[in-house]
Design a binder for this molecule. Structure first.
Ligand code: SF4
Length: 405
């Protein structure tokens, strides 16, 4: 429900939902907006024309539009992040005091769950925020990346790291060896995550089985881990289980395996296909071939599970640009993707020290500009044979620099 009122001559809107509390102060054009999960964590804010998202690790990303309408972003240093939280906190402390003392008259009374949500957000001061972020780091190894539709998942690290770690454009998991958790260890982790999220669990929309390649875990070891997820969480209520499958080696799962996993809640598998050109895949040192990806997608979809296929725009620069478009179209068209599937276009981000940067320099690859990468995605999209059908998959952008959990 939404409760309207006034405070210091400005309009106030308080939205009390089963999963969050959102407070908006002032007229819409200049409103300050703060959203809290029901544990009291600030998770989103809008202040002075800048939107902020706070991750469970306490980090905050600021996003805004430049005067020429480009998307801009900046990760705040810890002090600045805490300052944003503190500003939000001072506002809701003062507002709640005013509500209770009659200084902020409301048109309808705040419901009891609204009072509870306010009290929790007020108890979550900067000291609690620091302690919460510390606890997060005790529970989780760094989470390298998630697909954008999974930023609000409950991440459970059934495995850690990536079994390949060879791809020259990826350094998400270079800091740790790949390992699969023992069932007792995974149960303790799943319980610790549930306890950590507390009432904030209600804001989470799915379960994401991490890390880079949880579905590479052999079925014999994966089944007990999935059963533990069911014992600790209401999988259906949370919207099912999602995971990455990447690299394509080791035990390959069959259609029957995926059908069994679908019965135990698996909803979508995200595949970092990157490109449909085999020579470029070799250059990127990505394990597997485009045909491996097609076969994996066919088995997954035949088992009743959706896929999210991630395409890396700009990989191979100008020299591979045409081959990338041609072969990626061929491979995507061979997948028979439908309404429940997603295609993500993710721009290559070349940071200093990345092996790709050295290799590209060595062979003289000429990078594509941002506009050329976007055009590459559009050219691929135009070649997709389902692109005009009503049950076509969703096609979306994926900016790894904005990943937040
Ligand atoms: S298989 Fe995926 S997670 Fe592993 S190194 Fe390659 S891109 Fe990164």
């Amino acid at each position: 429900m939404v409760v309207l009122g006034t405070w210091k001559g400005r309009p106030v809107a308080i939205s009390v939902r089963p999963n969050c509390l959102t407070v908006s102060v002032d007229h819409p054009a200049e409103a300050s907006i703060f959203s809290y999960d029901l544990e009291g964590r600030l998770w989103a804010a809008f202040l002075d024309g800048i939107s902020y998202r706070r991750g469970l690790n306490g980090r905050i990303i600021a996003r805004w539009r430049s005067p020429d309408n480009r998307r801009e972003r900046r990760w705040l240093p810890p002090d600045e992040a805490l300052a944003v939280e503190e500003r939000a906190h001072q506002t809701i402390v003062a507002l709640y005091e005013a509500i209770r003392s009659g200084g902020a008259p409301l048109k309808t009374p705040l419901p009891p769950e609204g009072h509870t949500a306010f009290r929790r957000a007020i108890a979550f001061d900067t000291e609690r925020s620091r302690a919460d972020a510390k606890r997060y780091h005790e529970i989780y190894k760094p989470i390298g990346i998630l697909p954008p539709d999974q930023y609000m998942a409950v991440v459970l690290q059934a495995s850690e790291g990536c079994p390949f770690n060879t791809c020259t454009f990826c350094n998400f998991y270079r800091d740790r060896p790949f390992r699969i958790k023992r069932p007792d260890e995974f149960r303790a982790h799943a319980e610790a995550v549930r306890e950590f999220l507390g009432a904030g669990l209600s804001l989470r929309r799915s379960i994401f089985l991490g890390d880079a390649n949880a579905l590479a875990i052999p079925m014999k070891r994966l089944r007990p881990l999935i059963e533990i997820v069911h014992e600790v969480y209401d999988v259906e209520g949370l919207g099912g289980i999602y995971a990455f499958l990447d690299g394509f080696s080791g035990e390959k799962k069959s259609q029957q395996d995926y059908a069994g996993l679908a019965r135990r809640g698996l909803r979508r598998v995200y595949i970092g296909m990157e490109i449909g050109n085999e020579a470029l895949l070799r250059f990127l040192k990505k394990p597997g071939t485009p045909d491996d990806v097609i076969r994996a997608v066919q088995a997954i979809k035949a088992g009743g599970v959706a896929v999210g296929v991630i395409i890396l725009l700009g990989a191979g620069g100008r020299q591979y640009a045409g081959a990338h478009i041609r072969d990626t179209i061929r491979v995507l068209n061979a997948m028979d993707l439908g309404r429940s599937d997603i295609i993500y276009f993710s721009e290559l981000v070349v940071s200093e020290g990345l092996e790709y940067a050295r290799d590209a320099h060595r062979v003289g690859l000429e990078p594509l500009t941002h506009q050329e990468r976007i055009a590459q995605g559009e050219a691929i999209e135009r070649g997709l044979k389902f692109s005009r059908q009503p049950d076509a998959p969703r096609i979306s952008r994926y900016d790894i620099r904005e990943f937040i959990y």
